[in-house]
Design a protein around this ligand. Structure first.
Ligand code: APR
Length: 240
């Protein structure tokens, strides 16, 4: 391993990574939260008030996610994981399946996955691909009707696998933040955790994020251009 190799790279990704695959981000001018009130469609209270509205919101996003392909940025991250001599872990805020479709395996979906359903009766999580969930959908495991919701983390709920994520942040020596506005916690604070552990921190984003000042390095531009170029740079340096 050349001396220019990081031992462990942790990569945080957000909606900007999937934008060039054709999926809307949340906070850009044509973003999802410009069309929907997140309190109505992405909170437990909204789901209690109107489950059909919430299920239809995610059914539409599930159909969109099933109809798009990973882009060159997803592919570059999968290549980094496969070819880099150090460890590479991707922590995504995205609920789309594009990282897996590009070949990433060391992957944590901290906000859940739109292609999975969660049963409120048995707690089971089930892959449902591009299928719709309705208010009467039955759980494929326990058979109970009207118990399925999207297996996604709503505002006010605890993101998944946070212990693993913090262990990775406190032991990595390179932290990359790609395609995220840095406005939603706890992900927005990951750069501080990594920096406190001595990691080099890099923001790769279309434009400076809210947390831009917290990074030691920043590269701005479309993910399909800046991410493959940065991955090539890491691989070249590791080859010495
Ligand atoms: N290439 C790189 N970055 C891009 C591109 C692109 N082609 N297009 C947009 N971006 C950047 C935007 O500049 C913005 O900083 O991606 C970021 C997207 O920010 P958000 O829309 O806020 O999405 P994200 O940061 O992933 O949101 C975090 O908020 O609503 C919740 O649960 C939801 O996981 C989501 C979380």
């Amino acid at each position: 391993m050349s001396k220019n190799t990081y031992k462990k790279i942790v990569i945080l990704t957000g909606a900007g990574l999937s934008a060039e695959s054709g999926l809307h981000t949340f906070r850009d001018k044509d973003g999802i939260w410009a069309k929907y009130d997140y309190r109505e469609v992405a909170t437990p209270e909204g789901y209690q008030r109107n489950p059909s509205l919430v299920l239809d919101f995610y059914n539409e996003r599930r159909r969109q996610s099933a109809g798009v392909k990973p882009n060159a940025a997803h592919g570059a991250l999968a290549r980094l994981e496969a070819e880099y001599p150090g460890l590479v872990l991707t922590v995504t805020q995205n609920i789309d399946p594009l990282h897996e479709a590009a070949g990433s395996k060391q992957l944590i979906h901290m906000h859940g996955e739109i292609a999975k359903a969660l049963c409120s009766a048995c707690g089971g999580r089930h892959a449902i691909g591009g299928e719709d969930i309705t208010v009467s959908s039955a759980c494929p495991a326990c058979g109970m009707p009207s118990t399925l919701r999207p297996d996604v983390v709503w505002f006010g709920e605890m993101p998944y696998r946070m212990d693993e994520i913090y262990r990775a942040l406190t032991t990595c020596d390179l932290f990359l933040s790609i395609g995220t506005s840095g406005t939603v916690y706890p992900a927005a604070n990951f750069v501080l955790e990594a920096a406190a552990s001595g990691a080099h921190t890099v923001e790769l984003n279309l434009e400076p994020s809210e947390r831009y000042g917290g990074f030691r390095e920043a590269i701005h531009g479309p993910a399909t251009e800046i991410v493959p170029a940065y991955v090539d740079r890491l691989l070249r340096a590791a080859r010495g």
